[in-house]
Design a protein around this ligand. Sequence first.
Ligand SMILES: [Zn+2]
Length: 239
Amino acid sequence: MKNNISRLQIWWKSFCDTLFPRQCPVCGRRLALTESHVCATCLYRLPIVPCSAPTDNAITKTFERFMPIEKATAMFYYHHESPYRQILFSLKYEGNPQIGREFGRMWSRRLLSQHFFDDIDLLIPLPLANKRKRKRGYNQSEWIAKGITDVTGIPVETGIVRRTVSNPTQTRLSKTERHVNVEGIFQVSHAERLKGKHILLIDDVMTTGATLISCGRTLLAQTEDTRISVFVLAKTMQR
Ligand SMILES: [Zn+2]
């Protein structure tokens, strides 16, 4: 019976693939039946951020200048002309939140071996402002967090931190202006539920880290005995 079901699933998948061929967002090649979201070649060539010790790496050091942080990690680098930017485009603008979940799972499996999650209590995806979430239909960071939960079992909390303002575009701002632009855009309710917790903040992209820092600082200021760590999918690379 089990065999029949899996045969049926394979048949159904290949039927759907014939009707609606799936493409790799990075190279545009048609995906094989066994590939999900991104082809094996593009995954193999993914510009992974070198994984040194989670508490002592360049990403963690970026945050340390602005707030107390336990550890931070990013999965891959991208830049303006990089084809890998398409992964983020697909996640945010093409209605494909599942790609975020899949990448969240992949990076979490890698981090498990480094014991990255051992002392993390809670995942908090950076919230979107209500208007933007309504327009997009979902929060991409929540889907990355779902992927982390799939692998680690750590619960996701989406009801405590609220974003009051979207920060429309940061691209033309200097580093300092970016930090000022996002100051005070987060609000915390039921702060007592976070008492003593080690929180992993989740976001899709990190440029200067200004938005994550703003959220982390708000949490640290309004909660008691909390610790903050950061997980981002992609880090921009200056060319
Ligand atoms: Zn590809």
